[in-house]
Design a protein around this ligand. Sequence first.
Ligand code: UAG
Ligand code: ATP
Ligand code: API
Ligand code: MG
Length: 498
Amino acid sequence: MPKYINELVGKIVSAKVTNSDNKLVTAIECDSRKVRENTLFVCIKGATVDGHDFVAQAVKNGAAAVLAEKDVEVPADVVKIIVADVHKAMEEIVPYFYDYPGKKMRMIGVTGTNGKTTITYILRSILRNAGYKVGVIGTIKILIEDEEQEIHNTTPDIIDLQQILAQMDEKGMDYVVMEVSSHALALNRVAGCEYDTAVFTNLTQDHLDFHKTMKNYALAKAKLFDSLTANASKDNKTAIINIDDKAGKIMQQHSKCEVLTYAINNTAKLKAADIDIHANGAEFTLQTDNGALALSLNITGLFNIYNVMGAVGAAVAEKIDSKIIADTLAQFHSVPGRFELVRGGQDFSVIVDYAHTPDGLENVLKTARQIAKQRIITVFGCGGDRDRTKRPIMGEIAARLSDVVLATSDNPRSEDPEFILSEVEAGVLPALHGNMHEKITDRKDAIYRAVEIAAKDDIIVIAGKGHEDYQILKDKTIHFDDKEVALAAIKTKLAEDK
Ligand SMILES: CC(=O)N[C@H]1[C@@H](OP(=O)(O)OP(=O)(O)OC[C@H]2O[C@@H](n3ccc(=O)[nH]c3=O)[C@H](O)[C@@H]2O)O[C@H](CO)[C@@H](O)[C@@H]1O[C@H](C)C(=O)N[C@@H](C)C(=O)N[C@H](CCC(=O)O)C(=O)O
Ligand SMILES: Nc1ncnc2c1ncn2[C@@H]1O[C@H](COP(=O)(O)OP(=O)(O)OP(=O)(O)O)[C@@H](O)[C@H]1O
Ligand SMILES: N[C@H](CCC[C@H](N)C(=O)O)C(=O)O
Ligand SMILES: [Mg+2]
């Protein structure tokens, strides 16, 4: 993996080099805090700070060379490489530096607003049961077989991603199953990866703070499907597309390869029929060109039928035996923080879920309604420094589909939690139909309140944070885990009831 500076510079289409010295580079970093001896430091102008301002720190930490867009001051023994566009230069050198690991393993990319994490977890189970070694990259964590590593973005930046892929290749992974976020596609964090199979789940409102319009958001997702043919060095490319979603057509138009469509309502190559959804799971028949496959699931909700079809589609494209697929699904129980039951011996249900988009919340609450015997009590909020326009929409959905709405905080980040809640309530208040609503800014208090008012057979849905074990506040990040808090609240209630 170490490369000489001249080799790296040779990969950049146009670069001006000063203090030229053909040193050996052993790492590339764009965070000055991670720079060590013999590192090439890349200066990136970010949304909050400018990496060009951290050259001195990078040099102090041992940078051998600096790649920048602006002239920066470096000592005479540090090579300076000036380019017009550092992002483009990184695309040219970073995958090369790591010897293109994203072209060596079979790569499955999953994109769409909701369902990515769920699909990657289902696929991991199927592929492992088929005897393959599998790496996973996505929202919850990085998995290299059973080894876990922390992750900071759903799809890491180009340097972290290539470094993780190199590790996966070195550790003998046959497959990498990864979530490919729209941010990653728009910012080309995935440059140098060659996907063999790509899955499109759905496109509904989110991230308009970043993409501005739904059209831009769709076109970012479509880049994954464009990439299935561009410069392909491996064959057998397949696009797995949810054709019930209207953006499915766009993804299909961008796929110049074999397309395997899936649907419940439209004609598709994989079609779900005879669907039976219940509290503990679901059953359905998957109709394919090669016959029907009866599937029994331990995960519930119509949305999970779609997720299962997306995962099965990718497994079929990868020629996995249908018995292995069906057997795996019969054993697959849950994804952390996705419609996860909290069991503390109480006589009502508590579900922790990661719904943080209008469509996610609507799907989860409709599923809860399908299995509810009594009331639905919803605890939810909306993230700070994220798409503001989804706040009233989610408020309206919560008020329409719940009996009790407890609006609370979900990672307010740099924003005022009260202001976020006022935007949420703008949707909640007009949609109340005699049902109960409270605004409880502190999430712990909101969860305790939900548990306090819950009666036998009620369902509490705690939405938005799923697997997260933190709450991001203006000045600090604190430990916060919905499941932990709910369990403690249940324990308190049971003790008081004795
Ligand atoms: C909008 C966005 O994507 N921002 C990403 C971007 O941050 P930024 O532009 O604010 O960077 P910055 O903090 O200004 O720093 C600029 C540069 O200075 C460097 N720096 C900074 C400080 C220092 O001391 N030294 C130093 O060198 C930084 O390493 C960086 O290279 O670059 C960072 C480093 O790669 C990312 O972590 C950060 O993601 C932030 C955390 C984020 O919240 N991103 C979200 C919106 C995101 O990408 N989400 C998607 C989708 C999620 C989904 O729906 O599934 C995801 O893939 O996670
Ligand atoms: N196919 C689906 N359609 C609509 N909503 C879904 C679907 N699958 C899951 N959800 C809802 O979205 C939430 C997030 O699911 P999941 O983590 O699988 O999605 P994701 O695409 O990985 O999300 P993120 O963009 O945050 O990484 C779930 O907790 C559930 O509420
Ligand atoms: N990947 C999503 C996760 C949102 C999770 C929610 N808890 C929030 O913080 O808004 C995002 O970064 O927008
Ligand atoms: Mg995810």
